[in-house]
Design a binder for this molecule. Sequence first.
Ligand code: NCD
Length: 305
Amino acid sequence: MRHLMSPLDFSVDELDQLLDLAADIEKNPQKYAHACEGKKLATCFYEPSTRTRLSFEAAMLNLGGSVLGFSSADSSSAAKGESVSDTIRVISCYADICAMRHPKEGAPLVASMKSQIPVINAGDGGHQHPTQTLTDLLTIRSLKGRMNDLTIGLCGDLKFGRTVHSLINALIRYPGIRFLLISPEELRIPSYIREDVLHANHIPFAEAERLEDAMPDLDILYMTRVQKERFFNEEDYVRLKNYYILTKSKMELARKDMFVLHPLPRVNEISVEVDDDPRAAYFRQAQYGVYVRMALILTLLEINV
Ligand code: NCD
């Protein structure tokens, strides 16, 4: 039995297969419409979510399966003090696969150790978000036609943004990837990523504060929200929340074949006027998230269509 805790749990070949499967699902959805009949997905979300939880549910429903679960810690027995280990043992009796989001780093990993069913990390604190990364990879591959030789700008809250941490880990395995890390001083990428991931693997990268300077060089601009819920004080959040706002005029500095991604939710960091630009790909990205989660469910349940 296999779980998904980090994007590195799949080899590059396995990832390619998974993305191929997702692309086939996009083209031939009918072929997969009954693949998970009789199977149940449990969504155990101890932290708020719109896209991740609903795209998991949509994915299972599209495969002909059913879903059950809870969407906040308050509405589960966690409010009574139950551990994730006990909860997953019980969920294992009710469902065939579980997607879990938790504010504590490592909680889905702890659950996977006691689980009788595959567990998917749907985001653990400021740590990892592997299914968003699968979504991002499918989006990049579909829009650019490749995953190698790309200059990727990551902009915003690089300190607390778990989607950024997972994406960097996954992308360094492809040749010719360069990163421009654009953030205010306080929200720079954590040193464990700078040293243990980027430096250790000799990945070219630069850190900068000004988005305007980076724009002309980028193949992909990955915007992120300042992660309010991970700040220790409100004042710092208020000071930093509008640090970057992508506007139409900044988009004029970018290449014609550059794409803007964002894991969403957006707060202020992309002006709504950018949404009509053909290079704004964040809503398409949310759609890719359904295909890739369908592919992931099939892969972990070892269902071949
Ligand atoms: C992200 C997350 O939860 O980390 N959202 C998502 O799953 N699409 C990004 C965020 O909350 O900023």
